[in-house]
Design a protein around this ligand. Structure first.
Ligand code: NAP
Length: 306
């Protein structure tokens, strides 16, 4: 089946791109492999999207998806297994359920959770180790838990968990947070949050289920045991770009090289949202990228007589 534009990834960038492309009259296929809405569905509260004072990430994503589908974007839940460009300039996107072709492509695959790389981290995932406080926090109501990381996600997770859990340790490898000051201030105001700074989680304890973690002071090497029922890992993301590695230029950290115009080195392929090289990865910048990429894709189609 041929579409004017295929968008891979239905987070805020991809969904916004589909809205703009449909409003420009293009046929659009939006392919998502995991969950429509992307990372924002895991944010308990979004309070920095202009014009919306406060909304849950889930409600925000739902509303975007409803808007895109109402405009006629076709959605497909499938893993993309390959992408190629034919000599006639069309793109083929292979999925587990068949192939689709398009005149232009928007890569909006976002990023996935970075792991700490600890022994038994994978084995204990779902048994005390979690990458989503919003999804799993309620399982640890009234218990002591730890959060690893010092960015906005870690701070927001810790604030959210402090409302459910008896005590929350936030373990960060430096003494300065990367997160917005407002998120750090909220964290510091909570009586049941303890900051464990200049420290890394170095050991996961427990057989079958997590019973605690060891943290090591990065300055002194001293090891401290935290008796926690859960560890929420929030140490950033890894861009989902393996699919494009042979086709598009990636930077040293694996992000697709593309400027504010979202143009990649391959004519007809645009990169939008967290997956591209950029300095600010926010909902607003993802939405902005989606609008820019869709507009650029429409221009590309027009200029190439499609
Ligand atoms: P991030 O900003 O990349 O922060 C990752 C944190 O994890 C950093 O503090 C980093 O430490 C630490 N870290 C990285 N690798 C580590 C490792 N191997 N061991 C221990 N610690 C490690 O990631 P994020 O917090 O997920 O945020 C991603 C983007 O989304 C950011 O742009 C953020 O602003 C945005 N966001 C915004 C909101 C909002 O509502 N405003 C909410 C969530 C996320 P260092 O600081 O030492 O590098």
């Amino acid at each position: 089946m041929y579409y004017d534009i295929i968008i891979i990834g239905a987070g805020t960038a991809g969904l916004t791109a589909s809205i703009y492309a449909r409003r420009a009259g293009k046929s659009v296929l939006l392919i998502e492999q995991e969950n429509f809405g992307g990372q924002i569905v895991y944010s308990p509260l979004v309070e920095n999207y202009p014009g919306i004072a406060s909304v849950s990430g889930n409600a925000f994503a739902d509303s975007l998806l409803t808007q895109a589908e109402a405009l006629g974007a076709v959605t497909e839940l499938a893993a993309v297994t390959g992408v190629s460009k034919a000599p006639d300039g069309t793109f083929t996107v292979q999925t587990e359920y068949g192939d689709f072709t398009a005149g232009a492509l928007i890569a909006a695959t976002g990023a996935s959770h970075r792991k700490l790389g600890l022994e038994r981290e994978e084995e204990l995932t779902g048994s005390g180790v979690s990458y989503c406080a919003l999804c799993d926090g309620a399982f640890f109501k009234g218990r002591d838990v730890a959060v690893a990381g010092g960015g906005d996600t870690a701070c927001q997770d810790a604030v959210f968990l402090a409302g459910l859990c008896r005590k929350v340790y936030i373990v960060h490898r430096r003494d300065q947070f990367r997160a917005e000051q407002r998120n750090v201030d909220m964290l510091k105001a909570l009586p049941n949050v303890e900051l464990v700074l200049n420290a890394r989680v170095t050991e996961l304890k427990g057989a079958g289920e997590l019973t605690g973690v060891n943290v090591t002071d990065t300055l002194t090497g001293a090891v401290r045991a935290l008796d926690v029922a859960a560890l929420f890992v929030a140490v950033g993301q890894i861009p989902a770009t393996a699919l494009f590695s042979g086709m598009l230029e990636l930077d040293g950290r694996g992000y697709i090289v593309a400027g504010e115009d979202t143009c990649t080195g391959v004519p007809g392929v645009f990169a939008a949202g967290d997956v591209r090289t950029k300095s600010v990865r926010q909902l607003t910048t993802a939405a902005a990228d989606g609008a820019v990429a869709a507009t650029a894709a429409c221009r590309y189609l027009r200029e190439n007589g499609r």
